[in-house]
Ligand binder design. Structure first.
Ligand SMILES: [Ca+2]
Ligand SMILES: [Ca+2]
Length: 94
């Protein structure tokens, strides 16, 4: 998994509780992890997405509704090389 390079705390599934998205790794074999809030300060690991299709490590990330479908998307910026990759859109977050 490697060191954490960036994180964000969007509400991915719209349940009113902030979730956690983490970019980690030191090279293109890094990953994006999604941890969903269960409420009451409890969290559950949801998924990890590899970033080996990108060039460079996942150095930064942002969450925004890129395509306007009302579902948050995760955008990843890679280190060293200026590329941006869209990792996923969470249909339900669950
Ligand atoms: Ca949530
Ligand atoms: Ca979207």
């Amino acid at each position: 998994m490697g060191p954490v390079n960036a994180l964000d705390t969007p509400d991915l599934d719209g349940d009113g509780c902030n979730d956690i998205v983490v970019a980690s790794g030191i090279d293109a074999s890094g990953s994006i992890g999604v941890i969903m809030s269960l409420g009451d300060d409890a969290f559950a690991f949801e998924a990890a997405f590899t970033t080996d299709a990108f060039e460079g490590c996942p150095a930064s990330l942002a969450t925004s509704d890129i395509d306007g479908d009302a579902i948050p998307d995760i955008v990843v910026g890679t280190g060293c090389i200026v590329t941006v990759g869209r990792v996923l859109a969470l249909a339900s977050g669950g």
